[in-house]
Design a protein around this ligand. Structure first.
Ligand code: AMP
Ligand code: TRP
Length: 329
């Protein structure tokens, strides 16, 4: 039995249950998850197997998995228009990952930028999962023969590796998987509150979507702006100011705001206050939905279980096809 490539184009993405999502996740990826639900058969996965490479506390893992599901639903994933599931609920992903490791040269994995980064970030815990991480990611995508993968720019190298793994598999065993393509939003790299590095939980430079209002305000007010603007009367440079850049995504009047900065009619503090207000307003409904979902965890768990069940036949068909091609049946 073969699992033909889908007639309806399929999109797939994964996100780690590694704490509350921040506006970088939303502007860089989740917005596209939401948008693509209407154009594709959309499958989204909370990748707990991947998260195990850095998170080792079981209670935290369970809690954050549910929180991420509630967050994605609150931000607009609709279980009637997409399939949302937890990676470990479809354990076929690990089998397929193993099979794909056998077509993947170790050298490809050793030169992956995220692996090099992790070696530096967690030197006491360079576990094997960190090295194999991109193979599991390739397995996630090809399990459903997805072609379109919404992600932030930091995932570009992983997607390139997925494509190489697909080519290696198809070369050895015959055409089986389509090559997946990354798609980016208008904000493929959102900088953190430090204004220089990408927004990331591990860098402690995030603006969290579901934090209490005062915390969001504190995070925005801590943002580094144009470092050359010393006096309130100095003209600002919106092109290098992260606060000004973020205004683009939370209002249509950003060109006027930028003009105010250039002519020093407004100062950095005014701009930050406005941005904080707008971010809070922008996510107000999502925050309500999130609170509602977290108050009814059974509902969230039900959606995740139904998602994994719905994918069972597709995963089974891919595994049968791959096992046959590799001589395992
Ligand atoms: P992660 O939390 O690392 O699993 O990331 C989830 C998604 O958000 C991935 O597609 C990332 O590429 C994207 N993402 C994370 N941080 C940023 C950022 N600072 N700017 C743009 N996209 C991001
Ligand atoms: N590596 C991705 C991240 O850290 C998460 C991920 C796992 C993923 N599997 C995927 C993304 C498949 C896209 C497709 O953000």
């Amino acid at each position: 039995m073969t699992n033909p490539s889908p007639t309806v184009a399929r999109t797939f993405s994964g996100i780690q249950p590694s704490g509350a999502p921040h506006i970088g996740n939303d502007l860089g990826a989740i917005r596209n998850y939401v948008r693509l639900q209407d154009e594709f058969e959309a499958i989204y996965c909370i990748v707990d197997y991947h998260a195990l490479t850095s998170t080792h506390d079981p209670d935290r893992m369970r809690r954050q998995t549910r929180e991420m599901a509630a967050a994605l639903l609150a931000l607009g994933l609709d279980p009637d228009r997409c399939t949302l599931f937890v990676q470990s609920h479809r354990p076929e992903h690990t089998e397929l990952a193993w099979l794909l490791t056998t077509v993947t040269p170790v050298s490809w994995l050793e030169r992956t930028p995220t692996y090099k980064e992790k070696r530096l970030n967690q030197p006491d815990d360079i576990n094997h999962g960190l090295l194999t991480y991109p193979v599991l990611q390739a397995a996630d995508i090809v399990m459903y023969k997805a072609t379109t993968v919404p992600v932030g720019k930091d995932q570009a190298a992983h997607l390139e590796l997925s494509r190489e793994i697909v080519r290696a598999f198809n070369n050895r065993y015959g055409p089986t998987f389509p090559e997946p393509q990354a798609v980016f939003t208008e904000a493929p790299v959102v900088l953190g509150t430090d204004g220089v590095r990408k927004m990331s939980k591990s860098l402690n430079n995030t603006i969290e979507i579901f934090a209490p209002e005062e915390e969001i305000r504190r995070q925005v007010m801590s943002m580094v702006t144009d470092t050359q603007r010393i006096l309130r009367t100095d003209p600002g440079r919106p092109e290098v100011c992260n606060v000004c850049q973020l205004q683009r995504f939370f209002g249509t009047d950003y060109l006027q705001l930028w003009d105010g900065e250039r002519t020093a009619r407004t100062g950095c503090v005014d701009m930050k206050r406005l941005l904080a207000d707008r971010i809070i307003r922008h996510y107000a409904e999502a925050r309500e939905r999130y609170a509602e979902l977290m108050a009814h965890p059974g509902r969230v768990d039900g959606i995740l279980e139904a998602g994994a069940d719905r994918l069972r036949p597709m995963a089974a068909a891919t595994m049968t096809e791959v096992r046959e091609k590799m001589g395992l049946r």
